[in-house]
Design a protein around this ligand. Structure first.
Ligand code: 2AM
Ligand code: CA
Length: 264
């Protein structure tokens, strides 16, 4: 079992605590699916409750740090270098539909750079963590991006834009280009877990457009520390543009060309 730093212990403890409520609430979803009102309001409450637990735990441990929260927005801290970037429930649509694939994502950003990340998948009890310079881990075991180098043997994940989102045509041309050269494309619905799975070498790469900093901040640290490359797609910086491509060291370059509409 790898020795975890005090910082990572604080982050994993907060995730574990918030997950208890999420798992309890997820157990209720099945009953609510059949109710007239449906589970949507219930999920929003679950999401907010999880965020409150995370903020309380992290504030107790590091009282001066600020926050960027999916639900609660920005909270300025006395320490202007360090802030937590948090998604209390990534994969909300899965959760809402009773599909057991969702996560909690916590990153620590220091002077504008994500330096530590924890992504927790409560249903399967998979705790992914990484800290800059210290490697990436899953439940205490070191993880690495996959070693596959051939596109035709490679599996990729993505996120599909939906109603109200931009860039549907651009996404379709990216998908068309990747499906033509790869062993397959998956769409699981939690960007944070997609990045953790790239770090764990489960698939060779992941791309998505239209994301937010809380979807990707922790995963960026995980992929980098697992030996992968993670960048934006069209220029402009991942955290600003919400576009991300994460892949192993061999396939990031070719995939970036393919997504940009140039041949690999
Ligand atoms: P969420 O579950 O926290 O909302 C799936 O494609 C990914 O997109 C998930 O990480 C999901 O995060 C995120 N997502 C869902 N709705 C979104 C929206 N309206 N804008 C941007 N990202 C969204
Ligand atoms: Ca999210």
């Amino acid at each position: 079992m790898a020795q975890r730093s005090a910082l990572l212990n604080v982050m994993t403890a907060a995730a574990t605590k918030a997950a208890r409520g999420l798992v309890r609430d997820f157990g209720e979803i099945e009953n609510l699916q059949v109710s007239k009102k449906g589970p949507a309001d219930f999920v929003t409450t679950a999401d907010k409750k999880a965020e409150e637990v995370l903020v309380a735990g992290l504030t107790k441990a590091r009282p001066r740090f600020g926050f960027l929260l999916e639900e609660g927005g920005k909270i300025e801290g006395a320490d202007t270098s360090n802030r937590w970037i948090i998604d209390p429930l990534d994969g909300t649509t899965n959760f809402l539909h009773g599909i057991p694939h969702f996560s909690i994502s916590i990153a620590l950003e220091r002077d504008g750079e994500p330096v530590a990340g924890v992504i927790y998948e409560p249903i399967t009890d998979q705790m992914f963590w990484a800290e800059k310079g210290q490697g990436a881990y899953l439940n205490g075991r070191r993880i690495r991006v996959s070693a596959r180098r051939r596109l035709e043997e490679s599996l990729f994940a993505t996120g599909i834009p939906f109603a109200g989102k931009q860039d549907h045509d651009r996404f379709l041309s990216q998908l068309k280009a990747v499906m033509a050269v790869s062993a397959g494309v998956r769409r699981f619905g939690s960007a944070a877990l997609d990045l953790a799975y790239v770090a764990a070498g489960r698939y060779e790469g992941f791309w998505e457009i239209g994301l937010h900093p809380w979807d990707i901040a922790a995963g960026i640290v995980l992929v980098r520390e697992a030996g992968g490359f993670v960048t934006d797609i069209g220029g402009g910086g991942m955290m600003e543009s919400g576009e991300i491509l994460a892949a192993n060291d061999s396939l990031h370059g070719p995939l970036l060309k393919i997504l940009a509409g140039r041949s690999a």
